[in-house]
Design a binder for this molecule. Structure first.
Ligand code: PBG
Ligand code: ZN
Length: 332
């Protein structure tokens, strides 16, 4: 009997032809797996570049139509939108105004490309004067969020988005009971068909830095550690996910993604039937961009490797600032 071939030899046989490599490849990414986050700012005439997110802009309402057409023509099917209002106040009133920045943007987007899926980020932090994700009635300056009052405001927000024509609601504030409150409001107002995508597992991360420049929504005092998860903890992801599913969430999400591949993997194993998204956030995008600008990393290779890893870990879809670039790379 001949000696058994060693492992490297066997693996080489599966790799020597590109067609075989493709036949046995486990993980693929397509444009249809990606969701592009987009920022829209009120009260500006021209799109404004975001310095810490090269290639990204705060879009003016006037600049939106052109961008939306381009996004669709690249082959993307979905965007997640964030609004930057002209005025912020204690209630975050712009977030539920029929003439708010998001409501106006949704109408323009759906008029331009009805087939493009619009996912609304639902939170108060871009709209409140203090930059926190909920209503604060505490005069001590501690960021204690009034949960019930916040839920009522979120309900008004989702209904105004639904009326404007959004396709999906993605509450991002990790406010207790937010999924149930939003589901109830939607069902009562005749929007039973609109799904919710919960930012169920959201860490108190340093990876959101550039996003705060993009949305001008950094907290004016305190931080978000009271309601976002401590990066040292993984098990709690199951509890957060279970609560959201019980409350009626249709899809779950983990954020950040690259630094939390273990959490993505574990959640997918625990809930194989539940669609799972991963948010590759602004900071994880900026790291690759900055290193590539210095010539320390190959941007395309690094981005594709990271996105592939996120899918391999178990994400069904990825929110990424690389979405447009990915489409261009994909076409080549
Ligand atoms: C809050 C929100 C944040 C992000 C998405 N929604 C910031 C935060 O929680 O502080 C971060 C996204 C990114 O960094 O790209 N509404
Ligand atoms: Zn928030």
């Amino acid at each position: 009997m001949k000696d058994m071939p060693c492992l490297p030899t066997r693996l080489r046989r599966l790799r020597h032809l590109p067609v075989i490599r493709e036949l046995v490849q486990e993980t693929f990414i397509q444009p249809t797996d990606l969701i592009l986050p987009l920022f829209i700012k009120a009260g500006i005439k021209n799109n404004e570049p975001i310095s810490s997110m090269p290639g990204h802009f705060q879009f003016a309402l006037q600049g939106l139509t052109k961008e939306i057409k381009e996004i669709k023509s690249l082959g993307l099917n979905a965007i997640m939108i964030f609004g930057v209002p002209e005025k912020k106040d204690a209630l975050g009133s712009d977030s539920f105004s029929d003439h708010g920045i998001m409501q106006q943007a949704i109408k323009i987007i759906k008029d331009t490309e009805p087939e493009l899926l619009v996912i609304s980020d639902i939170c108060l932090c871009q709209y409140t004067s203090h930059g926190h994700c909920g209503f604060i009635n505490d005069k001590t300056g501690r960021p204690d969020i009034d949960n019930d009052k916040t839920l009522a405001l979120l309900q008004k927000q989702v209904i105004s988005h639904a009326k404007a024509g959004t396709d999906m609601l993605a509450p991002s504030g990790m406010i207790d009971g937010m999924i149930a409150a939003i589901r109830n409001a939607l069902d009562e107002e005749g929007f039973e068909h609109l799904p919710t995508l919960s930012y169920s597992v959201k860490y108190a991360s340093s990876m959101y830095g550039p996003f705060r420049e993009a949305t001008e929504g950094a907290p004016k005092f305190g931080d978000r550690k009271t309601h976002q998860i401590d990066p040292a903890n993984g098990d709690i992801a199951f509890r957060e996910a279970a609560l959201d599913l019980e409350e009626g969430a249709d899809m779950l999400m983990v954020k950040p993604a690259h630094t939390y591949l273990d959490v993505i993997y574990r959640l997918k194993q625990a809930y194989p039937g539940v669609p799972l998204g991963a948010y590759h956030p602004s900071g994880e995008f900026a790291m690759i961009k900055a290193a590539a600008e210095k010539g320390w990393l190959d941007e395309k290779k690094a981005a594709l490797e990271v996105l592939t890893s996120i899918k391999r870990a178990g994400a069904d879809f990825i929110l990424t600032y690389f979405a447009k670039q990915f489409c261009k790379w994909y076409q080549d």
